[in-house]
Design a protein around this ligand. Structure first.
Ligand code: ADP
Length: 408
């Protein structure tokens, strides 16, 4: 090929590249102007932002076009709008399906006609006073579903009621509870026997002294500790399923929480001494009585104290205090132990939840059920339980029970 032809071809190619680059730069400049971004912005980021903006614009258009009714129909929950006389003004398709009504039949009905009982109406009346209310009801009739309802008052008048079917969820929860209950019952008898045998063996090994090698005595001791844990776990599981099915409280009488706290601390004194923890009780003068089951309340305090000692691996003081506060008596257990991380504070009251299985020595480990049981017991007394804590500084677990005679 002629050199002049080659030069010409190279020039044409370079020109093409330059024009393409110029066009690309112009397009990018347009993109940047549209996005109001500086020229130092990475083009890849610019294009990603453009895409985001396009989808946001699409969403805005979609939201503008979105019809409230179409939205309500797309839900799996039943949605009702009711007027201040508690008559249904609007109802979506799922509401008709869940309440087994033909399409449109709900409009104009009262809540009693719709749900075939008075509970939904009572819930709406509560929402009328308090702004919102939540409850679970069983719809009457053959195969009537269990529904969770949330009612919310609308400032301009009327209420929204949103409800969903929890029949299947409750059935599965029931199966789980029965399964845990049956399994725990089956395990309890043989485990108690093994635990008693392990205890006897430990005693006999102690009496035998040097006749039994140290390593063997050590192993026997470990068997005793571990079977003790298993027995405790099984007992706590049984306790929890009993409490969850509503049968927790025994004798309900007037209770002096100061006395209960003192007795509970005595039960824990030996354990505290062994861990090098100094245990103290502070009861204010003239603390009013509460109405409750003294054994169950004692169980809560023992559990909180046990945790406080257990999670104070370096020793340190642990105290239980009882004082009156407004309409309630507040019992607080304070320690200067490992503390509870912020993220775990709500979760520690769930069953089986443990912050960190490696934080505490094996012998002091637990089941993760104690706080779940405690919360149930306190709630069954109409009270509440909570924790304040700083990691590495310590924790205060408190519960408040309404003063006897003031409980609503
Ligand atoms: P368990 O003590 O058997 O593990 P709990 O339900 O009593 O079960 O407690 C759940 C978890 O909450 C514990 O595993 C621990 O992580 C945390 N926790 C409870 N009490 C304390 C405490 N006083 N200090 C620090 N962490 C605690």
């Amino acid at each position: 090929m002629e050199p002049s032809v080659i030069t010409f071809a190279v020039l044409v190619t370079l020109g093409g590249v330059a024009i393409a680059a110029w066009r690309m730069r112009k397009r990018l400049a347009r993109v940047r102007r549209g996005l109001d971004i500086g020229s130092d912005r990475d083009p890849v980021l610019a294009i990603a932002a453009l895409r985001d903006r396009a989808s946001q614009a699409e969403m805005e258009v979609a939201a503008r076009d979105l019809d409230g009714e179409a939205f309500a129909e797309a839900l799996v929950q039943g949605v009702l709008f009711i007027d201040d006389e508690l008559r249904i003004v609007r109802a979506n398709g799922p509401a008709h399906e869940l309440l087994k009504k033909s399409t449109g039949a709900l409009v104009g009905q009262s809540l009693i006609e719709a749900f075939l009982n008075t509970e939904a109406e009572a819930l709406a009346r509560t929402a009328s006073g308090e702004g919102s209310a939540t409850g679970e009801i069983a719809v009457s009739g053959p195969d009537g579903p269990r529904l969770v309802l949330r009612a919310r008052r609308v400032p301009s008048g009327g209420f929204w009621i949103v409800f969903e079917d929890v029949t299947e969820l409750r059935r599965l929860q029931q199966i789980r509870t029965e399964f845990i209950d049956n399994l725990s019952h089956e395990l309890r008898t043989p485990l108690t026997t093994v635990s008693l045998l392990a205890e006897t063996l430990t005693r006999e090994a102690e009496v035998a002294g040097d006749a039994i090698p140290l390593r063997m005595r050590d192993r026997i001791g470990k068997i005793e500790v571990e079977t003790g844990h298993l027995v405790q776990m099984v007992n706590e599981l049984l306790d929890l399923s009993r409490i969850e099915s509503g049968g927790a409280l025994g004798v309900v009488e007037l209770v002096d929480l100061g006395d209960v706290a003192t007795t509970s601390a005595e039960r824990l004194r030996l354990f505290a001494d062994r861990q090098g923890v100094e245990l103290s009780v502070e009861v204010d003068a003239h603390v009013p009585q509460v109405r409750g089951d003294a054994d169950r309340l004692g169980q809560v305090i023992v559990n909180l104290l046990h945790n406080a000692v257990k999670f104070s691996p370096d020793g340190g003081p642990v105290s239980v205090s009882v004082r009156s506060d407004g309409d309630s008596v507040v019992t607080a257990v304070a320690d200067q132990g490992v503390g509870v991380p912020r993220a775990a504070r709500d979760r520690i009251f769930e069953r089986f939840y443990k912050v960190d299985r490696a934080r505490v020595r094996g012998e002091a480990g637990g089941t993760g059920l104690g706080l779940a049981i405690s919360r149930h017991i306190i709630e069954q007394h109409g009270g509440r339980i909570w924790v304040e804590s700083t990691e590495g500084v310590g924790s205060i677990f408190s519960f408040a029970i309404p003063i006897a005679g003031l409980a609503g």
